[in-house]
Design a protein around this ligand. Structure first.
Ligand code: GLC
Length: 423
């Protein structure tokens, strides 16, 4: 090597920082793909990759929460290192915690204190911080402002008013040639989403929860029976039979194409129903879901978190990616661009977020009154509990028995799960 080449090589080595001498890591992250979720996740993860010089691999997962859990359980039980960062549902920390690292030592306590306390709590199992909150959800009522105005109806306060409004407008519109219009669409498939919908009918009607905070099975009660029977009566009248197979996206498809007056869905649908190509753009309002005669407005608390796999070969980078994605700044970007609800309360008062999302104050109120599924108290048995609940509700909706009979059977089934698996 000639002398000036040696000098050049020496200079080059001097210019390289230690970080650039370390090989870039590839971090894989599983993202949901409901609506534009995958793109929003990719943008955030790629920004991190660019900033840090690492690489990112996005893994798309099934839309159904229930199918996603089954996939994760399979991968994690095998100790697979295929996914480093897992997007997990708020009801899963108790089910999956043993597969994730404790994030507490990697997160400043102030950062945890600045976020919704109940969501942080939901992510703590046996003192370990299993995941960091990414966005929060609650069930909402979407309605067609134009149709309510046209027919002289207000936004329904109660389930009874919703039933009446939907039946009347559906009938008049159909008679006037709008033949495909349905009154109310929601998620009725036998999966976690139905647990969320049915818990809303029950809780808002004074029927409490499936299992209470002390672990008692309380679902077999008259208010719950009435609420579920009422929903069964919607099928084929104001709600299409097909709802028995609807997840979030099928309900949105019907509503967004203008074929439903009311829809129950999560906040993600807001940006999409108002998107440039949406036939109902500008015609939609949102409100808290209706309540029973003597009940209170509620919505099921949902949301997603980010966890780092114990089996990851790139732990440090994975932790750094989770810190980036769950940060206040990134959550603000996601709120502005796609309407995902931040887990930092102060962002609801942020002028830019408010300007982009006039619904932020309503959301904040609904979140404050949201009902949690009993995942804390039932821990690793939560999925069995939820499965038993959605199956009993689905049977009732499908006309296989009534709510009184099906909830009595459910109670016995839940007691069995409690005895055999424990909570
Ligand atoms: C939403 C919620 C999640 C819930 C799921 C049910 O994704 O955020 O918590 O389990 O819907 O379909």
């Amino acid at each position: 090597m000639r002398l000036n080449n040696i000098l050049r090589l020496g200079l080059l080595l001097l210019c390289l920082s230690p970080a650039t001498l370390v090989r870039a890591a590839t971090v894989s992250i599983s993202c949901g793909a409901v609506g534009i979720e995958l793109e929003v996740c990719r943008d955030g993860a790629e920004a991190w990759a660019e900033k840090t010089g690492n690489e990112i691999r996005i893994i798309s997962t099934p839309n159904s929460t229930t199918d996603r859990l089954a996939l994760y359980q399979q991968l994690l039980a095998a100790g697979s290192a295929d996914i480093d960062v897992f997007q997990i549902d708020v009801v899963w920390p108790g089910i999956l915690h043993e597969h994730f690292i404790d994030l507490k030592p990697h997160i400043e306590p102030e950062r945890l204190r600045a976020q919704f306390e109940n969501i942080i709590d939901a992510n703590i199992v046996d003192g370990h911080l299993v995941a960091l909150p990414w966005f929060v959800d609650a069930g909402l009522l979407y309605y067609r402002k134009d149709l309510l105005d046209k027919h002289g109806f207000g936004v329904p306060e109660t389930w009874e008013a919703l039933t009446h409004t939907a039946a009347t407008i559906q009938k008049t519109e159909r008679a006037g040639g709008n033949r495909d219009l349905w009154g109310f669409v929601w998620q009725g498939r036998a999966y976690e989403g139905l647990t969320c919908n049915a818990l809303e009918w029950v809780h808002s009607s004074g029927g409490g929860n499936i299992v209470d905070d002390r672990g008692e099975v309380i679902i077999n009660n008259p208010a719950a029976v009435e609420a579920i029977d009422q929903a069964a009566a919607w099928i084929g009248t104001i709600t299409p039979l097909g709802v028995l197979n609807y997840e979030e996206e099928q309900a949105r498809g019907v509503f967004q194409s203008g074929r439903a007056l009311f829809m129950r869905n999560w906040p993600y649908a807001w940006t999409l129903v108002n998107g440039g190509d949406s036939p109902v753009r500008g015609k939609v309002g949102i409100a808290a879901l209706p309540r029973g005669e003597d009940g209170v407005h509620t919505g099921t608390l949902g949301g997603w978190q980010l966890a780092v796999s114990r089996y990851s070969g790139v732990r440090q980078e994975a932790i750094d990616l989770v810190r980036h994605l769950s940060s206040r700044r990134e959550q603000k970007r996601r709120a502005l661009e796609a309407g995902y609800n931040p887990t930092w309360p102060e962002l609801y008062d942020d002028p830019e977020v408010r300007a982009a999302h006039p619904i932020a104050p309503t959301l904040r109120k609904v979140l404050a009154g949201a009902v949690a599924r009993p995942s804390d108290v039932t821990g690793r048995s939560y999925n069995q509990v939820s499965n038993a609940f959605w199956s009993a509700v689905h049977a009732t909706l499908a006309g296989k028995g009534d709510a009184a009979g099906n909830l009595a059977l459910l109670e016995r089934r839940l007691e069995r799960i409690r005895r055999h698996r424990g909570w």
